[in-house]
Design a protein around this ligand. Structure first.
Ligand code: WT7
Length: 652
């Protein structure tokens, strides 16, 4: 194509519903409009105020050192211990009996862990790790199910200054070994297995195989969870024989604010995994502040539940570090949402009186597909704030979440951030913002997010472009582990002096931000850049569509043509008239330029394990190519099933 498109990214969808918070909510909200003014008046002073939520053993000399961009240092010279901030200080304040975790195992076993118990176990685990030869700076890989010991393991590492790298428990030997190797880890903490989909699912054999490949591994510490038989090697130790018998006296030393806290490999849909490095003081400051501000946590009365796995950054920032720094009481659930029945999530909300729920659009769309009658059977009246993260949430799913889960009384906060940003960057504030279905709306106080065009100029209201971050933020990634050059190339080379996140976005007429998906997925149709998100949202707004994924396929006439894959509600077959109606529906919602060339009905979509649609694989199908790399697929057989299904249909 030689013709340069007029706009960077088209703005097609318009939404005029807004939902202001109730006056009662606003009256008791943790954060009010004035936070934006305060941060705008003096951004660094604002973050200093937030850093004072934490206990520092040594005050910092400088709030931000940005003398060598993009390598930021926050709170330089300051010292603290992250684990002490998450546990000891609450116990010292007399809150030892407060529940930290209501654990619900998939088979129905439960465990209540108070802050005092959590601290006791973290001290023992810290001593055990030290006895195994782990020193400050050494890397520990954690490969565990969602059980309290996973949080204990992370906090024990933090306590002794050993950066952890949590690897999602569903990942393969290849994925685990490449991460162990890249991090140079000497200890792995794992479990015999966990419970998923109604049965024990082993983890230890994967670690055994990885340890054979990775000479850096000296010891493997194993929690007994399922009780299934495991192979045993000289390097292996049982948690219950090692941690339970270790001393519960542990003097925590403080670490520099910039001491590495963890490495987390991104769940990216392409390429070699990147070890995102986060450090201590700035990270804990922003996770604690945003958890307080965005979820309006009242630690004395709220029961908080973030349904993410600790293998993702959401599990780091909003299960372990943010909530525990704030002394929250939370629910932790081990299993899948449909075991033993499709109401499990709502049953747990009712049982523990969950008041704040944080989950992903892919989960919300799944619950929608299962039917309204399921949540309707449970008492969800304890809920007061609902959060969404991980993907753009289409207005239809947002409205369903608000109506069927929140019963029209809970603010819905759509939170945009990334593994790289460490904490929430763009989100409504529940006591301040009149929310709009599908929009993440405003950068949080103290955060400078912009939407820019190809040249890096801010787009006006109504325009689309690239989401960038203009000023350093406390919880930003510090580098890619062992690869500063890749850090520069990946995030800082597209635009001068700006972090580019990889996402497309638009500003609506009020200046609110809408995320439009990864720019790699943007479709170029007759000179217009059209986001996958808008077309997918339009499809899902049709009564018969439960989920949709669209891709641009090479087209001789238009450059690319829009090809849509849809999952129907309660049906697996369609008719030519129905498909024509869906194409027409998109055209009438977004304009004729966005009309799909083709709509295909499928029963599943290819997703990563964190629930993101892998559009590149759908593009292979749409262009009738041999399938690309499928290793990060949640379920590798899904592509074959999609292809078979399409063939069967085109033949009959
Ligand atoms: C990518 C980051 C953030 C923790 C979980 C995912 C997409 C995330 C939203 C949102 C639109 C979103 C972006 C982002 N994303 N939240 N609220 N609206 N898109 O972390 O695996 O690092 O993925 O997820 O594309 O860049 P991650």
């Amino acid at each position: 194509m030689t013709e340069t498109p007029q706009e960077t990214l088209a703005n097609l969808l318009s939404e005029d519903r807004t939902f202001p918070p109730s006056p009662e909510f606003t009256r008791s909200a943790n954060v009010t409009e004035s936070a934006y003014d305060e941060a705008a008046a003096d951004r660094l002073a604002f973050w200093e105020t937030q850093a004072r939520r934490l206990d520092w053993t040594k005050e910092w000399d400088q709030t931000l050192d940005w003398s060598n961009p993009p390598f930021a240092k926050w709170f330089t010279g300051g010292e603290l211990n992250v684990a002490v901030n998450c546990l000891d200080r609450h116990v010292e304040a007399g809150l030892g009996d407060r529940v930290a975790i209501h654990f619900e195992g998939e088979p129905g076993d439960t465990r209540t862990v108070t802050y005092a118990e959590m601290l006791d176990e973290v001290k023992r685990a810290a001593n055990a790790l030290t006895d195994l030869g782990v020193e400050a700076g050494d890397r520990v890989v954690i490969y565990m199910p969602m059980i309290p010991q996973a949080a204990v393991a992370m906090l024990a590492c933090a306590r002794i200054g050993a950066p952890h790298s949590v690897v999602f428990g569903g990942f393969s030997v290849d994925a685990l070994s490449s991460r162990i190797e890249d991090a140079g880890a000497k200890v792995v903490i794992t479990a015999d297995g966990g419970f998923r989909k109604g049965k024990a699912s082993a983890l230890k054999p994967t670690v055994d195989a990885a340890a054979e490949r990775c000479p850096s591994i000296e010891k493997v510490l194993v929690v007994r969870r399922t009780g299934e038989d495991v192979e045993w090697h000289d390097r292996d130790l049982w948690w219950h024989e090692t941690v339970d018998t270790a001393s519960n006296e542990h003097e925590a030393r403080s670490f520099d604010a910039e001491h590495p806290l963890f490495i987390l490999y991104t769940s990216g849909t392409t390429g070699r995994p990147k070890g995102i490095l986060h450090t201590s003081g700035g990270y804990l400051t922003q996770t604690a502040y945003t958890h307080h501000a965005v979820f309006d946590l009242k630690p004395e009365t709220d029961v908080y539940w973030c349904a993410a796995d600790i293998g993702w950054v959401t599990g780091h920032s909003y299960v372990v570090y943010g909530p525990m720094a704030n002394g929250a009481t939370q629910v932790m659930y081990e299993g899948t949402p449909d075991t033993p029945h499709k109401g499990r999530i709502w049953e747990i909300v009712e049982k523990y009186g969950v008041s704040i729920l944080y989950t992903a659009p892919t989960a919300i769309r799944t619950y929608m597909k299962w039917g309204d009658d399921i949540p309707d059977r449970f008492d969800l009246s304890s809920l007061r704030v609902l959060g969404s993260v991980g993907e753009p949430i289409n207005p239809e799913a947002w409205m369903w979440y608000r109506e069927h889960i929140g019963h029209d009384k809970c603010p819905v906060v759509d939170t945009w951030w990334q593994t790289e940003t460490g904490a929430i960057m763009v989100s409504p504030l529940p006591g301040v913002t009149a929310t709009k279905p599908g929009s993440a709306q405003r950068p949080l106080p103290g955060i400078s997010v912009d939407v820019v065009d190809d040249e890096g100029e801010s787009v006006p209201n109504g325009g689309g472009g690239f989401l960038t971050i203009r000023e350093p933020w406390p919880s930003m990634l510090r580098t890619i582990w062992g690869d500063d050059q890749r850090f520069l190339d990946t995030y800082w080379s597209r635009f001068a002096n700006m972090y580019f996140a990889g996402d497309g976005a638009k500003r609506d007429d009020d200046g609110d931000i809408w995320l439009l998906g990864r720019v790699d997925d943007v479709m170029l149709v007759s000179g217009h850049n059209i986001s996958t998100t808008e077309v997918e949202s339009a499809l899902v707004s049709h009564d018969t569509v439960a989920e949709a994924a669209v891709v641009g396929a090479t087209d001789p006439l238009t450059g690319q043509g829009i090809v849509a894959f849809v999952i129907l509600r309660g049906a697996t077959e369609s008719s030519p008239e129905h498909l024509a109606e869906l194409r027409g529906h998109v055209a009438s919602t977004l304009g004729p330029i966005a009309k799909p060339r083709q709509v295909m009905v499928v029963s599943e979509l290819p997703k990563t394990r964190s629930g993101k649609i892998m559009r590149r694989l759908l593009r292979d199908i749409a262009e009738d190519r041999k399938l690309g790399d499928v290793t990060t697929l949640q379920d590798s057989s899904v592509m074959a099933r999609i292809k078979e299904g399409l063939q069967a249909r085109s033949e009959d």
